[in-house]
Design a protein around this ligand. Structure first.
Ligand SMILES: Cc1cc2nc3c(=O)[nH]c(=O)nc-3n(C[C@H](O)[C@H](O)[C@H](O)COP(=O)(O)OP(=O)(O)OC[C@H]3O[C@@H](n4cnc5c(N)ncnc54)[C@H](O)[C@@H]3O)c2cc1C
Length: 481
């Protein structure tokens, strides 16, 4: 396993083509726009080397028998699924933001299961190839991006119908030694500071989309790959220590558009190529694994936010007011409801044909659907508790200024015994955790709300439910006899 320091050193040795604000980024690790995301991902390495977290953060590889970082593990039991959720919460409590590495972990588990079933049905050899790739990831403790979301162009058209054929990643050439791919993946969490990307299709496909039904892995330094790093709310604040709120770990994961300009992928890294009938299965597997997570990491992050709001109430002198306590209780209730959803889908998970374990689909979708609502409600309560100054605070430069600093210190004070600086720091943290980019991730990460509702309806067994109702109200028809 890599230490956090070794992870950072490995990034320093990488030479991927990454752009931000119109400029090529040469030293990502020491760049203030990237460093918080690097620190946050590094926590996934740090906890694995911490004896306190050994049980949660490490696992035994079912392929090699060696101890590995759990973020590279294929779940071997329901308990593994539960440990995943608890690990995500524990790291969320330490970073207060996204630590990025779950997406690739979910992609590994989804691809592991689907390649097995593809081989069983079609006689292909993808699973064996994938296991070799997995060993490479586990042995080198690499960070992998889960690359599913294509730019998608016109949402009503399938990949092959798009005016621009590159709006979904596709194969442009098949060679004896591999394939050449073109296109892009959008919103790729942690991609700038990852080693590898595992590409999966983003929609269910028909035979006409065969060139788009492609799953492969590639090192992010490979020629032809280019990344464009997205802006985040208030990202210029990363240049100031106090104003950014979460000075060490930043906001959300740091997402890039990853572009593939005719990139060569050798066959030994290709895990699906044209098998359109399995694209939907891969999308669903990845989505379910990923939706399972949200009552883990987001609860850990919410633990930090609840702590910030409780502290703010003390700084404001309002902590004993009954409505303040009630609002904190409401935040706790919402957070723990989310967590129970993630635990439930893990405990109720089942074994897939490949042998790995899979969360209960409905409960995982319910968890993510709740995230799209509860995180906003938690944010609303946090804004209520914090007070309006989280939206109007002057900068840390004003606080440090020889003339206006004492004025800021005087007029932004709450209870006399708490330093003004503490109140400002806590306000910035609440602002950071409840604004723009952080909230959008709760809505669209792991799929927009409608994507969960489609799966809830599909698995709803409505006919069975209608039968329950008919029986109870005394309607006996042919179906019930
Ligand atoms: C912070 C963040 C991190 C992310 N990280 C990753 C990552 O690491 N890897 C990854 O692969 N993806 C990632 N995503 C992408 C995420 O999965 C997508 O944002 C999500 O699936 C929604 O896709 P979209 O953004 O293209 O929105 P759209 O699909 O355009 O959705 C916008 C609206 O249009 C509706 N809509 C879309 N298509 C249709 C249709 N055909 N019919 C009817 N309604 C439709 C949707 O329901 C929604 O209401 C991330 C997203 C965010 C915001």
């Amino acid at each position: 396993m890599k230490t956090a320091q070794e992870y950072m050193d490995s990034l320093r040795q990488m030479s991927g083509e990454i752009y931000f604000m119109g400029e090529k980024v040469e030293n990502l690790v020491d760049n203030p726009h990237f460093r918080p995301h690097v620190n946050s991902a590094a926590m996934t390495y740090e906890v694995a080397c911490d004896p306190e977290f050994e049980d949660l953060a490490t696992a035994t590889s079912h392929l090699t028998g060696k101890t590995i970082n759990r973020f590279t593990h294929i779940h071997q039991s329901n308990l593994d699924l539960v440990k995943k959720v608890k690990l995500l919460r524990a790291i969320g409590q330490r970073t207060g933001t996204c630590f990025q590495r779950c997406v690739g972990w979910d992609a590994l588990n989804a691809t592991y299961s689907v390649t097995y079933e593809m081989d069983e049905k079609l006689g292909t050899k993808y699973h064996e190839r994938f296991c070799e790739y997995l060993k490479h990831i586990q042995e080198n403790d690499l960070m992998v991006v889960g690359g599913m979301t294509d730019p998608k162009g016109d949402r009503m058209l399938s990949p092959h119908q798009q005016a621009d054929p590159d709006l979904f990643v596709h194969v442009v050439e098949r060679r004896e030694d591999g394939i050449v791919v073109r296109g892009a993946k959008a919103h790729q969490t942690g991609a700038a500071n990852s080693h590898e990307i595992l590409i999966m299709p983003t929609v269910n496909m028909r035979p006409e989309d065969a060139d788009y039904a492609v799953c492969f892995a590639v090192n992010l330094e490979t020629p032809g790959i280019m990344q464009i790093f997205g802006r985040q709310t208030n990202d210029e604040r990363k240049m100031c220590e106090m104003d950014q709120g979460n000075r060490v770990f930043g906001i959300v994961g740091g997402e890039t558009l990853v572009v593939f300009n005719d990139v060569f992928i050798p066959w030994y890294r290709v895990f699906m190529c044209g098998e359109t009938q399995f694209s939907g299965m891969l999308v669903e597997r990845f989505a379910t694994y990923h939706r399972q997570n949200y009552g883990g990491c987001k609860c850990g992050v919410t633990d930090v936010l609840i702590g910030a709001c409780a502290s703010m109430a003390e700084y404001n002198g309002a902590a004993r007011a009954s409505h303040i306590k009630d609002k904190l209780v409401e935040m706790i209730h919402l957070a723990e409801t989310l967590h129970t959803g993630s635990l439930a889908c893990s405990y109720e998970g089942s074994q897939l044909p490949a042998g790995n374990y899979y969360p209960h689909t409905t409960y995982a979708n319910v968890t993510k659907q709740n995230i799209t609502r509860f995180i906003y409600e938690i944010g609303r309560l946090a804004h209520d508790l914090a007070g309006g100054f989280i939206g109007t605070l002057p900068s840390e430069k004003d606080l440090a200024h020889p003339v206006i600093g004492p004025v800021v210190d005087k007029y932004f004070k709450g209870v006399a015994t708490f330093p003004t600086e503490h109140r400002i720091r806590m306000a910035r943290l609440i602002e950071n955790m409840t604004g723009g980019t952080a909230m959008v991730e709760s809505m669209h990460g792991a799929g927009s709300p409608q994507a969960q509702r489609v799966m809830l309806l599909r698995d709803a067994k409505l006919e069975q439910r209608k039968g329950f109702a008919r029986k109870i109200c005394g309607i006996i028809d042919d179906e019930d006899q």
